[in-house]
Structures are given as structure tokens and as C-alpha cells.
Write a new protein. Structure first.
Length: 435
């Protein structure tokens, strides 16, 4: 259920009663970590965590062993496996916490399993591949009473923290409208729109069956099609540009405006899509309940990707102003803020503002484990944020139709068929059970 009272109750419970290290005293009081997904963003996550003085990685997992060379050097004595369950099973209570940096479709399967074993979890964004999974992750985090954090690292960056503080101080007055956009295209990584007709054999280093995991099985394509580069384009594995960037770019919107309730309705328009990949260009209109930071009891937020940009009409932004490639526009009663994605905000009319120092997002999670304090963007926050993002992708399947959403019952009330996209059919042997 996602409403203000229950959201705050969940957040408060986790913040106030979260434990320190799960297994108690350990060697040198260090946090024993396992990294699941070891290259690309996985390596970035692991490397940043490893720089914390209390972090010690004792295990690594990647379904493609060729992508474990860097982590092996980080700790040559650590276990290295292709199935994360071997790590959690063999090392058992020696592991305190895990990082999950896999393709979207495996986040929930791994994250829920880890939390059920009492492990703290840092999981890449979007938190899950579908709405039902996001709800389960938030519920399990509360039930297991573990420290969690979403991998939207810019949440802790000085640029986002400064904009959030500026808007929450009422510097532009109550907010009337928000536009958020991203230059990335929906299927711009693989540049495929259909499955390859002549699939090739997977490399010997890759366990393709484990990579496919919960999704329907299909033959391996090549390195540009699915693994390691193109998977975000495919509906079975990723969530396109909205899934890739939505939890980043909408994060300061949610935080600044105190959005803790689901959208009540949403609709989408795009350049066309099939049943395999996401649309190249997408526009999603959300309507959220208003908050104390908004002008009215409803707030419209529009998302654009694939290079689409909003109009600056109705804002305080001068007509000849070029918008950044990706970012957000907050239109307030007294002024407007343009917040580039990982860039210093611009305020119209121009005023001076104080920069807010950034924090180390990765170390913040580890510090939370040590002192029992839940960071502000744990799964109680990241779950609802991910739900909103993924509801936009459901709207894309019903182009031009406004869908009504009841968050408490987790149902799209205006279109019964649309509810089938809230949860997937899991491949045999890869089921996810409810919390």
C-alpha cells in the first residue's frame, strides 16, 4: 500500500529500529561484503564501496567470468562464482551485505533472496523490473529490518542536494508544474527492434541460462544485442530510457516536493513500439496528489525522452534559453528552476543561492549499516519511486489512453487488461514469492 501515512510509518520504522551489522562482531569490525555484478556499474559500485575503511569484499559473482578481472585484483582471496546463491550459501553468515548491480530483470530475485537471508542490500536503479516486484522489495526490507539503498547515487550529489534544499525552502514559491526529460532513446543501445534471426553461440565465460534468469528463455545474440550492452532496450530485461534515467532525474523532484504517494493517473505518447523493445521517443504525463510544496491538490509531471524537450511556456525561463540535454524544470509561483542532470541548477529570475555539500552515496549506506541508521533513499523510498517510473512504461503499452491507478489495491482501475503488466510470468525454477 502506498499512501502518506503508511509510507511515513514504514520509513520511521526502518530508521528508528534498524540494526547494525547483522551477524554482530566480526574481524576488525569490518563489513563483509559480496558484490553481485562485477563490471560496468557493478565495478563502479564495488570499487566505491571498497574505499570505505570498514568495507571488506569476501565474495564476487558475475554470470560472465570474463567480467571479474578487476574485482579479483581487489581481493585475490575472495570467492568468485557465477551463481550468487553459491556465495550466499557457501559463505552464509560471513556475508553482512551485498551490492546488486545486474540487469533490471534480476534485481528482485536476488535482492529479495538476500534480504530474506538477513543481508543489507544496495541495489541499482530502477529497483526492479516491474511494479509488483518494487512493492515486494519495500515490504521485505521492512520485514527483514535491514539497511537498504537505491543506486541513484546523484541523490547525494551537491547539485541535486542544493536544488532540493533551495526548492524546499520555498525560494520559488509553491510549485505549479514539473517537466523532466532525458536525451537517451528507448532502444538506442542495441539499435535492434527485433530479435536477431541468426543468434550466435554465447562465449564460454558466460552462463547464458543464469543471465536470462527469471525471463523467458531466448538464444544469445551477441555482445551488442543483450549482454553486456543492449539489454536495457528489451522489454523482457530492461525498461528503456525511462527505466534507465527515471529514478535519477525524478529523484530530486520527489525529494524536493515531498512526493510520497503514487500517481493517480498517467498516460503516454511515443513514436511506436512492438512487443520486443521500447519506443525510441516517449512522453509520459503523470498526475500526482499535491503536497505541501505544490500550488494545488494535484501536480502534473511530464516525462520526455529520446531528445524530446518540454515547452518553457508558463515558466520564468527566458524564451531564448537553451535547455540542457537532460534535466528537470520546476515552475513555481515566484520563479523557476532548471536542474540539469548532474549539473548546477539555474534559477529564473536569477538569485544567489548557497551550495549544499555533497555526500558519498556509497559510504552513506555502509555508515548506515555500522550505526543502524537508514539512509533517506532506502527501499521504502526507492520502491515507490520505481513504481511510478514503471507505471509510465505500462502507459506506453496503451498509447493515448489515460490509466487510473489505485495504489492501495495495486490495480489499474480503468483498464483491466493493463494489470497483466504489473507482474511477469516467471520462468520455471525462477519464481519470486510474495512477502
Amino acid at each position: 500500500m502506498w499512501n502518506r501515512r503508511k509510507f511515513m510509518k514504514v520509513t520511521s520504522a526502518i530508521t528508528c529500529s534498524a540494526p547494525a551489522i547483522v551477524r554482530g562482531q566480526n574481524l576488525n569490525s569490518r563489513i563483509q561484503l559480496a558484490g553481485i555484478g562485477c563490471e560496468g556499474k557493478g565495478w563502479s559500485d564495488i570499487n566505491e564501496m571498497a574505499s570505505h575503511p570498514s568495507a571488506h569484499f569476501i565474495g564476487f559473482c558475475d554470470v560472465d567470468l570474463s567480467r571479474t578481472e578487476k574485482v579479483r585484483k581487489l581481493n585475490p582471496e575472495a570467492s568468485v562464482v557465477q551463481d550468487y546463491r553459491d556465495l550466499l550459501g557457501d559463505l552464509g553468515d560471513k556475508i553482512d551485505a551485498v551490492t546488486v548491480s545486474t540487469p533490471d530483470h534480476m534485481h528482485a530475485f536476488i535482492g529479495l533472496d538476500a534480504m530474506r537471508r538477513g543481508k543489507h542490500v544496495y541495489c541499482q536503479k530502477p529497483l526492479t523490473h516491474n511494479v509488483w516486484e518494487a512493492r515486494q522489495m519495500a515490504l521485505q526490507a521492512k520485514k527483514s529490518n535491514v539497511i537498504t539503498r537505491l543506486g541513484n547515487q546523484i541523490h547525494s550529489h551537491e547539485f541535486y542536494r542544493t536544488a532540493v534544499n533551495f526548492i524546499r525552502d520555498g525560494s520559488i514559491g509553491k510549485v505549479k508544474r514539473v517537466h523532466s526529460w532525458c536525451a537517451a532513446t528507448g532502444h538506442g543501445k542495441s539499435f535492434h527492434i527485433d530479435r536477431p534471426k541468426n543468434p550466435v553461440a554465447e562465449p564460454k565465460s558466460l552462463d547464458w541460462d543464469r543471465w536470462v534468469g527469471v525471463a523467458p528463455h531466448r538464444p544469445y545474440g551477441d555482445w551488442k544485442v543483450y549482454h553486456p550492452w543492449g539489454w536495457r532496450d528489451w522489454q523482457d530485461f530492461g525498461n528503456g530510457a525511462l527505466g534507465d534515467f527515471g529514478c535519477h532525474i525524478l529523484d530530486p523532484v520527489f525529494t524536493a516536493l515531498g512526493i510520497d504517494r503514487a500517481p493517480t493517473q498517467f498516460s503516454a505518447d511515443h513514436t511506436g513500439m512492438n512487443d520486443e523493445v521500447w519506443a525510441a521517443q516517449n512522453t509520459v504525463n503523470y498526475v500526482f496528489p499535491g503536497t505541501e510544496m505544490t500550488e494545488s491538490d494535484q501536480l502534473e509531471i511530464t516525462w520526455y525522452d529520446g531528445g524530446r524537450l518540454p515547452s518553457i511556456s508558463g515558466s520564468h525561463v527566458p524564451a531564448d534559453t537553451a535547455l540542457p540535454r537532460s534535466g528537470s524544470l520546476f515552475i513555481g509561483e515566484k520563479g523557476s528552476v532548471v536542474l540539469p542532470h548532474v549539473g548546477k541548477m539555474r534559477v529564473y529570475p536569477e538569485v544567489d543561492f548557497q551550495m549544499v555539500p555533497g555526500e558519498n552515496h556509497y559510504h552513506g549506506w555502509l555508515d548506515g549499516i555500522l550505526n543502524g541508521t537508514q539512509p533517506s533513499d532506502g527501499f521504502a523510498y526507492g520502491g515507490p519511486l520505481t513504481e511510478a517510473v514503471l507505471l509510465g512504461n505500462i502507459a506506453a503499452r496503451y498509447r493515448g489512453e489515460t490509466l487510473q491507478w489505485d495504489a492501495d489495491s495495486m490495480k489499474i482501475t480503468s483498464h483491466a487488461d493493463a494489470n497483466r503488466w504489473l507482474r511477469r510470468e516467471y520462468r520455471e525454477g525462477w519464481d519470486i514469492t510474495s512477502v
